[in-house]
Design a protein around this ligand. Structure first.
Ligand code: KG4
Ligand code: ZN
Length: 348
């Protein structure tokens, strides 16, 4: 079954065709990064206008295969950006006379390790055979741990209470004038800095137990990154870096705080119950230090670490088309009446 997926939740306009949920036949991603670079972050108005300009070209470029269904991200994300992809998907499904499926963007990030490029071979076993799994979706918009009891079933067990991990990287890079997006730049600057005890110290992102923001979740499986950003601001005001070497030491320590928080929460979750895999997706999973720490964490827990190919870590539509094969949050006639849901959570 060939499913065409459309993704427009943030600053990528993307379309892909995936066969039987895993084999990527075509994958087109138009990234708006250069448009947002001058602002040091995504500007919603700029994003939605760029989606409108690009979506039909991106879809046309992808449509080299006959498709049996159309899948689309309807949340979470920027409402005005989601609307562009959703309406394009409705029109396309109607004109082709094929079913439409609504897909959750965070759940889709957790499908990326299972994708492979046509004509194969697959790099992992079938997703069903690796459940129950612990999922970690970590990007510019989300930092969420989910329990995946069976494939297509999700329960949020932890998340950030404020900034996403990618946002914490982006804000730090902006503050230090390193450019946008901040994650890849900080990753590069931090590489090669020895992790000695005399590095600057930053808070480890542990939220206070009992705060309302936890919304019933366990503080030990949640993180809070807004204090980290403030700590960096104060640190730099007090100790302005004199040269690039000092800047590199600061960002390496800052990266260590984010990565340490993510690895620590993941290790705790892996101790809570027996899992058969650790599944990680999202733009921040490109981070070299995070990959190394998660590999140690997974190995200590005796589970395989499943990461996506780099091109499927950031936002793309192959993950939407792929996951729709298993999980159709909305389908049938209801899908044509679907509205965007900027605050959609995994499992909703
Ligand atoms: O998944 P993604 O493309 O979009 C969202 O759904 O948000 O993730 C983008 C985020 C940005 O915040 C970017 O700084 C971060 O992923 N990122 C990284 C790295 N590459 C991208 N963060 C840390 N290290 C990286 N190498
Ligand atoms: Zn994303």
């Amino acid at each position: 079954m060939n499913i065409l997926g459309i993704e427009s939740s943030c600053d990528e306009t993307a379309c892909a065709v995936v066969k039987d949920g895993r084999e990527v036949l075509t994958n087109v991603v138009y990234t708006q990064i250069p448009l947002h670079q001058p602002y040091g972050g995504v500007v919603p108005e700029v994003a939605s206008r760029a989606h409108i300009e690009k979506i039909h070209g991106v879809v046309r470029e992808t449509m080299t295969e006959p498709v049996d269904a159309v899948a689309v991200t309807y949340g979470p994300g920027l409402a005005s950006s989601l609307l562009v992809g959703l309406n394009a998907a409705k029109g396309l499904a109607l004109s082709l006379g094929v079913p439409l499926f609504g897909v959750n963007h965070i759940e889709a990030h957790l499908h990326t390790p299972f994708l492979f490029d046509s004509p194969g071979p697959a790099q992992t076993d079938a997703p069903e055979s690796l459940m129950p799994a612990l999922g970690l979706a970590v990007s510019g918009g989300h930092t969420t741990w989910v329990d995946m009891p069976s494939y297509g079933e999700y329960k949020v067990i932890g998340q950030t209470l404020d900034d996403a991990a990618g946002e914490a990287f982006d804000k730090a890079a902006k503050l230090l004038g390193l450019g946008y997006p901040g994650g890849p730049v900080i990753d590069k600057w931090a590489r090669g800095v020895p992790l000695t005890p005399d590095l600057p110290r930053f808070p480890k992102g542990a939220p206070r137990p009992g705060t309302a923001a936890l919304a019933g979740l366990d503080a030990e499986l949640c993180v809070s990154f807004s204090g980290l950003k403030t700590a960096l601001l104060y640190f730099v005001q007090k100790n302005p870096p004199k040269d690039d070497a000092e800047k590199a030491r600061i960002v390496a320590a800052y990266q260590e705080a984010i990565v340490g928080a993510l690895a620590d929460r993941t290790a705790r979750a892996l101790r809570r119950r027996t899992y058969r895999a650790l599944v990680v997706g999202g733009g921040v999973s490109l981070n070299g230090r995070l990959r190394a720490r998660l590999a140690e964490t997974a190995s200590a827990a005796g589970v395989p670490l499943l990461l996506a190919q780099p091109k499927y870590c950031g936002d793309n539509a192959a993950m939407i088309a792929g996951l729709a094969f298993w999980r159709r949050n909305v389908s049938g006639d209801a899908a044509f009446a679907i509205d965007v849901n900027p605050a959609l959570q995994p499992g909703d």
